[in-house]
Design a protein. Sequence first.
Length: 319
Amino acid sequence: MQWLSRTPNLDFVRYRYVAMFGSGLLSLLSIVVLIYPGLNYGLDFTGGIIVEAEYPGPAEIDEIRSALADAGFESAQVQNFGSVSEVLIRLPPEDGAPQQGAGESAAASLSMQERVLQVLRTQDPDVEIQRSDSVGAQVGEELFENAGLALLFALIMVFVYVMLRFRWKLAVGAIVATLHDVLVTAGIYALAGWTFDLTVLGSLLAVLGYSINDTIVVYDRIRDNFRLMRRGSAEAIVNASVNQTLARTLVTGVTSLLVLFALAIIGGDTMFGFSVTLIIGIVIGTYSSIYVASSMALALKVAPSDFIETKHKQVDELP
C-alpha cells in the first residue's frame, strides 16, 4: 500500500480529447436510450397494488409466482422481503384501470387485492398478510414529477454553491460532470431494463452527491495549485492536481464499491436496484472526476486570475 503515499505522474491531460469525445458519445446514447425504449418504471410511478405476506416457513417464490400467473396475474413481481419467510408482491394496474374514474379505479384495486389474497390463502392457508396497499396511477405520476423537480433543484443548488466557491467556470464544469454521471447511469439502467422505482431514484440522487463531492475535491486542488504554481501551464497544473487527488479518489471509490457489492450479493432483490445503481454511478463518477471535470476546466480556459483576488490600493487625492 506504499504506492498510495506517493504522488503519481500520469499524463491524464494528454487523453482529454479522446475522453471528452467518449463521454459526449455516451451521454448522447444515454439520452436516446432514455427516450426509447425508456425506463422500466416500477409501481411507485405506474400505480398498482403491493402485498406483504409472511409464511410460517421458507416461502416458495416459484410456487407463489405460478399460482398468481394461473389466476391471471402474469405480471406479478414476487420477491423475498426481509427474510426467507416474508414475501413482497407487486402487481401493475389491470388494463384500463388508469382510464377509469377515481371511484371505479379504487374499486378495481380493491377487487385485485381480494383476488390476490384469495390466491395466497388457497396456495397456503397459514399465510399472514402484513400489508396490502394500492397506489393510484395519478399518485405515481405526481411522484415522478416531484422526483424530476428534486433532481433539477439539486443541480441548481450545486451550480450556485460551486459558482460562489470557485467562480462560474468551474461551476459549469461541475454541472457538466454531474449531468454526465446521472445521464450515463440512468442510460445503463434503462438499457438493462431493470425496474426503476423510488429506491433507484434515491440512489441516483446519491450518485449526484458522490459525483459532485469527487469533483469538488479535484477543483479545490486545482484552485490551490493555480495559486502556488503560477509559472506552470494550465495543462501541467490541472494534471498535477488530478495526480495529487488520485489516491484519495481511488480509496474512496474502492471502499464504497466493496460495501455496495456486498449489498448487491447478500441484500437480495430488495437492495439490488439501489446497490447496482450506486456501483455504476461510482465507477462513472470516478472516471468523470479524473477526465470530464479536469477537461472542462481546461476547455473553459481556467487561469490563475480566476482564483487570485487582486487588491486595489486606494490613492489619496492630490490637494
